[in-house]
Ligand binder design. Structure first.
Ligand SMILES: [Zn+2]
Ligand SMILES: [Zn+2]
Length: 321
């Protein structure tokens, strides 16, 4: 690892932090490439998520899809032609077949979203469909974090008459405080491909997620959908003050890592265990560059992670940023 590269990169970043509304330090930082080491082991996810954001902006920047969503008389052929004309302007002198090819790729990527938004409806699932989703796995777990649903949660999900409320837990994970709200522990039907970008309410696009993950994930599809600082700080009774990561990061990192990272070659993964996020460097904040995913038995914070729900509520201070 080249420590000098890291130091000079941070120096350039520092000027941009100090003068965020001046153009020259921002241009200087834009010319830098991020040193490999700074991304951490999840660099692939950090890069992919920024790329998908740029790809969506690029596509919508060629032809604004909003007009097509509203005016249902506008056809795909019309959309394709508009995309092709805009690209031709952009790439003067490029052979026609190359332009047509790019236009086809762009139009075919954007069109399903337009079509879906035209007919937007979040269809309510029937009782039969709910039980079909429930019985599609032997032991239903949250597909995002591996949380195992309780029998009480199942009864509520399947609308069993007189099913009692699910009792909130006495202790919560301070990194993922699930259980502060009653709906956190209940299975919810989630769209793998979000409704907002055209995901359909069909069996193969649906999974069970715990209420907490589903609420925090919302319709976000990348790590950058939230501000970059931490969610807040927690005064841990034994560990002192610790920053609590953004909930969206926790959901995305656990799901995308998907397995316990213990060196022993642990077999725990999202389909057979609940997984937890802990920092790789205990001195550092849990952010996307510094986190690891563990099962309960390999979690370095297993003895400190769960704190009384009341303690959590009292000792958590939301970030002001
Ligand atoms: Zn979950
Ligand atoms: Zn493990």
């Amino acid at each position: 690892m080249d420590t000098r590269t890291l130091a000079s990169w941070i120096n350039v970043a520092q000027k941009a932090f100090n003068y965020p509304w001046e153009t020259s330090p921002i241009h200087a930082l834009a010319r830098e490439s991020v040193p490999q080491h700074a991304h951490g082991p999840l660099g692939w996810l950090l890069k992919s998520d920024i790329n998908s954001t740029w790809a969506l902006w690029y596509i919508n920047g060629i032809v604004d899809t909003a007009a097509y969503e509203i005016d249902t008389r506008l056809s795909y052929a019309h959309f394709y032609r508009e995309v092709r004309d805009a690209l031709q302007e952009d790439h003067r002198g490029t052979p026609w077949d190359e332009i047509s090819h790019l236009a086809k790729v762009v139009a075919q990527t954007a069109w399903p979203e337009i079509e879906f938004r035209r007919s937007i409806h979040r269809r309510k699932l029937t009782k039969k469909e709910r039980s079909e989703i429930w019985s599609s796995q032997p032991n239903p777990r949250c597909y995002l974090c591996g949380y195992l649903f309780t029998a009480a949660a199942r009864d509520r999900f399947l609308w069993v008459p007189d099913a009692p409320q699910v009792t909130p837990p006495i202790a919560v994970d301070f990194v993922r405080p699930r259980g502060l709200r009653s709906g956190d522990l209940l299975p919810q039907v989630d769209h793998i491909r979000p409704v907002a970008i055209g995901g359909e309410t069909s069996m193969d696009n649906l999974r069970l997620a715990c209420g907490w993950c589903n609420r925090k994930k919302s319709s976000h599809i990348d790590l950058y959908g939230t501000p970059s600082a931490y969610a807040g700080t927690f005064d841990h009774p034994n560990m002192g003050r610790i920053s609590v990561p953004r909930p969206l990061w926790v959901v995305r990192l656990v799901k995308m890592r998907g397995r316990c990272e213990d060196y022993s070659g642990c077999k725990a993964n999202i389909d057979n265990a609940e997984l937890f996020v802990a920092p790789r460097r205990l001195s550092g904040a849990i952010n996307p560059t510094n986190c690891a995913v563990y099962c309960d038995s390999h979690d370095p914070w297993r003895n400190q992670r769960f704190v009384g729900a009341k303690t959590y509520a009292q000792n958590f201070q939301k970030s002001r940023f």
